[in-house]
Structures are given as C-alpha cells and as structure tokens.
Write a protein that binds this ligand. Structure first.
Ligand SMILES: NC(=O)c1ccc[n+]([C@@H]2O[C@H](COP(=O)([O-])OP(=O)(O)OC[C@H]3O[C@@H](n4cnc5c(N)ncnc54)[C@H](O)[C@@H]3O)[C@@H](O)[C@H]2O)c1
Length: 219
C-alpha cells in the first residue's frame, strides 16, 4: 500500500457491482475514505463489509438510485456529514441498453439516457460545490463503444463483470471480443488509471479521455 489517497474522501458509485466493489477495495487500500452507493442494499453492504474487513474505511448509501436527483443529494450529504469534505467523485455506476438504431424503442433510449447520462450529471451537480472547495477530481468510467464500433454490438467491453458475464457465455461473442484483447486485464492493473486520476499524481492532468482496454482499440 502506497497511501496515494490517504485521507481523501472519495465517492465511488455502484459499489455493489463488480468493478465498483474492486474500486472500493483498491481505493481503501490506498488510504481513501470511501463513500459508496448501490441500487441493491445487499450487494452494496457486502462491499462495505469487505472493505472494513480488509482494514479500510467505508460508508455507503443503499438503496440509492442515482437517476433521482434527491438520492444524489443524499449521497453527497452522507460524504460531507461523515467526513467533512469531498475530494473525488468516481462515476462508475451505469447501465446501457444496446440495440441497433432502427430497432431501439423509445423506452430503451430513455433508459439509456437516464441510466448512462442523467445519473452522472445529477451527481456531478450535487457534488460540485464541495469539489470546488477541495479543488477535487471527477473520474468517469465510459465504454470503448464511445470511440469505436464492434460488429457484434451488444458489447460493453471485455472485463468480466455482472454486466458482461451472460454475454461471455456465448462462445462466438466471447471469442471475438477476447480475441481483440492483446493484454490480460485481470488483477489490479485495471485500477491503476483511476487511482492515478484520483490522486495528486495527476494534479496537472485535466479533461482527458484515457483508453484502458488491454489493446482492443488498436488490435
Ligand atoms: N464490464 C465491462 O467490460 C465494461 C465495459 C465498458 C464499460 N463498463 C462500465 O463500467 C461500469 C461498471 O460496470 P460493471 O461492468 O462493473 O457492471 P456491474 O453491473 O457489476 O456494476 C454496475 C453497478 O452500477 C449500479 N447502478 C446502475 N445504475 C444505477 C443507478 N441508477 N443508481 C445507482 N447504481 C446504479 C448497479 O446496481 C451495479 O451495481 C459501468 O459504468 C459500465 O457501463 C463496463
């Protein structure tokens, strides 16, 4: 542990999910005071338990639906009430509903807008005064789909999580996607970018998109 985030109050969203849980553990290992949230209380509480068992500090708001501005406000309040400040907002939670443009329904489009975009905006707006006061950081998770297309669409990327596990059972889909990855992304390497962006090491880095894809984009 290098304590790169020692004393930093970090909101991480979707900590009941796969990458959110790993991020909470990784940030806490670096000394962060983690504030998590999740749609589902059981998953989110399990992450709090895992972080505390590992010796880290974490509180969490769950259930918490970030498509509701009031829940976003409550999450920021929890951070500031508990730890007195806010240094990092890591927008990890989201849910995408993929479909071809001629087939996508109004409902699917509306859900994509709410669960991919609105939730980031509402929480950033609620957190902004505190981030401004601390000269803090926002780290957003996105998808490689923002930069390129995959012929099998339906794809969120290639890290095995709750969101991709079912698709990875399809040998054709898995073969194509995994075949495009030239670097094994398992383990802590995939967290180094978010830890770097959340830490003072990146204090002169602003407004960048960093592709963390194990080579998918260039292969
Ligand atoms: N797994 C991949 O290969 C991959 C690729 C590209 C992008 N992503 C993105 O990575 C992030 C993490 O996803 P994951 O793969 O760990 O999936 P996951 O389903 O395990 O985790 C996502 C978490 O976000 C939470 N969430 C979703 N909508 C929410 C809402 N409205 N309010 C509160 N919480 C909400 C879910 O409950 C879940 O716990 C997501 O933004 C996802 O789109 C993942």
């Amino acid at each position: 542990m290098s304590n790169r985030l020692a004393g930093k109050v970090c909101i991480i969203t979707g900590t009941g999910g796969s990458m959110g849980r790993e991020a909470a553990l990784a940030f806490a290992r670096e000394g962060a005071l983690v504030v998590g949230c999740g749609l589902y209380a059981d998953d989110a509480q399990a992450t709090v338990d895992a972080v505390r068992t590992a010796g880290g500090t974490m509180v969490s708001l769950h259930p918490c639906d970030l498509t509701r501005p009031a829940d976003c406000g409550a999450l920021v309040d929890l951070a500031v009430r508990t730890f007195g400040r806010l240094d990092v907002l890591f927008n990890n939670a989201a849910m995408a509903y993929f479909n071809w443009i001629e087939d996508i329904s109004d409902d699917e489009w509306d859900r994509n807008r709410r669960e991919e975009v609105d939730l980031v905006f509402y929480l950033a707006r609620a957190a902004w005064p505190h981030l401004k006061a601390s000269r803090g950081v926002i780290v957003n998770t996105a998808s490689l789909n923002a930069l390129m297309s995959f012929k099998n669409l339906g794809s969120l990327g290639v890290i095995e999580t709750n969101q991709t596990r079912e698709q990875l059972k399809n040998p054709e889909w898995a073969g194509y996607m995994l075949g495009k990855t030239s670097v094994d992304l398992d383990g802590p390497r995939k967290w180094r970018t978010s830890l770097f962006l959340a830490s003072d090491d990146s204090s002169y880095v602003t407004g960048v998109d960093i592709v963390v894809d194990g080579g998918m984009k260039v292969w």
